[in-house]
Structures are given as structure tokens and as C-alpha cells.
Design a protein. Structure first.
Length: 345
């Protein structure tokens, strides 16, 4: 068996339950909002759109298909990507406080996106692509800078070195973001709101881009699941049983950086999703990454969809930034998890 690690059997029934639960949350979130649409009617409209059947003559159809459906799809995909990235980072670095932002890649990606907004960088016919390209570019540049510095300081690329440099880099890029925002002129308001996290104005094109990214990035991380299990027993032990520690670490870091770059360009800075969701899912399915990683896709999608629903409805018709909601919920949940872990020792 690869990496010499015992892997629990895949239980399809468990993920069938996750799929049904996520689908129910999806339908509820598409129907609920400033104009509430019954679940049965929402499900009918979605089913007709999926099967190509004629839609009923109702004002709810354009609300669902033109506005809410692409937004909820994007929310679910961003949540899934951030969560599986966070779970992979926690397994790789053996640190419960780790997620993609620990590397400083989120801050770097946000700097690229803000720079694109300030300089009005866009690609003809695809305005979103300019921001995404800059976010991904700066995410990879951030990763290269952090890994280069870590390599200079510690040839083995140890976990503590990467985390410390990631925190320092995040603080530096936050200062750069503040400086760029100062010179944004009339776009300050939109940039500040974007930085707090928002998926308003999502499109099917954006959803398709996120779907492809999640499929590819999630597939790579799932392929590394057994190696991530090996990291749980220590890097030295993993190396002794045949795991190429440095290769796996670089693959996971690059994959998570790509996921973060695309998500940040689409939604802004949304915190705690990749930090808290893997902990919650781990309580249900256990620490085995073979089961944990696919389960976090469902958990992250469901968590962010519910957070977005709360952001859209709690002060309706005014909308809260989704990042504010996830930070409030995430902080409370994470404190509960932290005290539970301490009491369990």
C-alpha cells in the first residue's frame, strides 16, 4: 500500500448523505432572500432548468436563474476550495491553526487583485479574468518568495520556518494593500467591501471557472491524501517509509496557492472557512485524509452557503459582507473547538 499507511475503507453511503444534505442547503439558499421563494417552487425551477423542460410563468424564474443560482454556485465552490485547501495545509504542516492564508498567499493574491482594480486591468470580453490573472500571479509570486526565503534559512523547508515567514509576509502584504487602497480614489469603497468578502454579481462564467479550478485542484490534493496521512506520523518517519517529503510539500503548496488565487479574485478575503471547517468535518469522519478531504468539500460548501444566506437576509434589504459573517461564526466555533481540545487533553 502506498506510503505504508493503513487507509480506512471508503464508505459511499457517508458521502451520499453529505451530497443530499449539501443539495438541500443549496436549494434552500437559492430560494431564500429578500424575496422568499418556496422550496418546492425553487426545486421545480432548478429541475426544469437542469432537464431543459419549459419553465412556469412566474416572476421567480429570472430571480433564481439570473441572480441567485450563479451566486450560490460560486459561494459553494469557493467554500469547497478553501476548505479542502485548509484541510490539506493542516495535514501538511501538522498545525491545527494552519490554512492557506498561513503561507501569506491569500494576502499576496489580494494585493494582485487590488492592483488590477486600481490600474483597471481587464481582458476584453472577460473583465473578471484580469483580476483573476493578477491574483493568481501574485499568489504564485508570494509562494516563490516565501519558499525561497525558507530554503535560504532552512534547507529542509521545515514547517515552523514556513509558517513564521508566512505570518511575516502576510503582515507586509496587508500594509501594501492598505497603501494601494489609499490611492484607489473613487474605487476605495468597492475595494474595501471586496476585501471584506463579497460574491455579489457572480456570473455563470465565474462559476464555471471556479468549478474547473476546484475539480483540478481538489483532484491533486485527493491524490496526495495518503502522503498527507504519512505526514501525520512525522516528516522523518514519512521519509523513511518512502514518501518524497519535499516533492509532496511543494505540490500541495502550489495547488493550495492556485485555489486561493482564484477564490480571492472571485470573492475577496473570506476568513476562517479553511481554518474551522476541516476541524468540524474531522469530528465526523476522523483524521484520515482519504475520507477527510472529500468530506471537507461538502462541509465547506454547506458552511459558506449558509453564511452567505445569513449575510443576505439578516439585515435585508441591506447585505453584509460574507467575510464578516464567516469571521464572526468562525471565531466562536474555533474558540469552542480550542476549549474542547484543551479539555480533552
Amino acid at each position: 500500500m502506498r506510503a505504508g499507511i493503513r487507509i480506512e475503507k471508503f464508505r459511499a453511503a457517508d458521502y451520499g448523505l453529505f451530497t443530499v444534505l449539501t443539495a438541500v442547503i443549496f436549494v434552500i439558499c437559492v430560494g431564500a432572500g429578500s424575496v422568499n421563494i418556496p422550496v418546492s417552487q425553487t426545486a421545480e425551477i432548478l429541475w426544469n432548468a437542469l432537464t431543459g423542460q419549459p419553465q412556469p410563468d412566474a416572476t421567480a424564474v429570472p430571480i433564481i436563474l439570473s441572480t441567485r443560482l450563479p451566486r450560490v454556485m460560486c459561494v459553494a465552490l469557493v467554500g469547497a476550495s478553501l476548505s479542502i485547501g485548509g484541510a490539506a495545509m493542516q495535514g501538511l504542516l501538522k498545525n491545527p491553526l494552519a490554512d492557506g492564508s498561513t503561507l501569506g498567499v491569500s494576502s499576496g493574491a489580494s494585493t494582485g487583485a487590488i492592483l488590477a482594480m486600481v490600474l483597471r486591468i481587464s481582458i476584453p470580453g472577460a473583465p473578471f479574468a484580469g483580476t483573476m490573472a493578477m491574483a493568481i500571479l501574485f499568489a504564485f509570486l508570494s509562494l516563490i518568495v516565501i519558499l525561497t526565503l525558507a530554503y535560504r534559512l532552512d534547507y529542509s523547508l521545515s514547517t515552523n520556518t514556513i509558517i513564521l515567514l508566512g505570518i511575516i509576509f502576510s503582515m507586509f502584504m496587508s500594509s501594501v494593500n492598505a497603501l494601494l487602497t489609499t490611492f484607489a480614489g473613487e474605487r476605495v469603497r468597492s475595494i474595501v467591501f471586496w476585501l471584506m468578502g463579497s460574491l455579489a454579481g457572480s456570473t455563470y462564467t465565474m462559476a464555471a471557472t471556479l468549478a474547473v479550478t476546484t475539480l483540478i485542484g481538489g483532484g491533486v490534493l485527493l491524490y496526495c491524501a495518503r502522503e498527507l496521512n504519512a505526514f501525520a506520523i512525522g516528516e522523518d518517519n514519512a521519509r523513511h517509509i518512502g514518501v518524497n517529503v519535499k516533492r509532496v510539500r511543494i505540490i500541495v503548496l502550489i495547488t493550495v496557492s492556485a485555489l486561493i488565487g482564484v477564490c480571492v479574485s472571485a470573492s475577496g478575503m473570506i476568513g476562517f472557512v479553511g481554518l474551522v471547517t476541516p476541524h468540524m468535518v474531522r469530528m465526523v469522519v476522523g483524521p484520515n485524509h482519504k475520507r477527510l478531504l472529500p468530506a471537507t468539500l461538502f462541509g465547506g460548501a454547506g458552511f459558506l452557503m449558509l453564511a452567505d444566506l445569513l449575510a443576505r437576509t439578516i439585515l435585508s434589504p441591506r447585505e453584509l459582507p460574507i467575510g464578516v459573517v464567516t469571521s464572526l461564526i468562525g471565531a466562536i466555533v474555533f474558540l469552542a473547538i480550542f476549549f474542547r481540545m484543551r479539555n480533552g487533553k
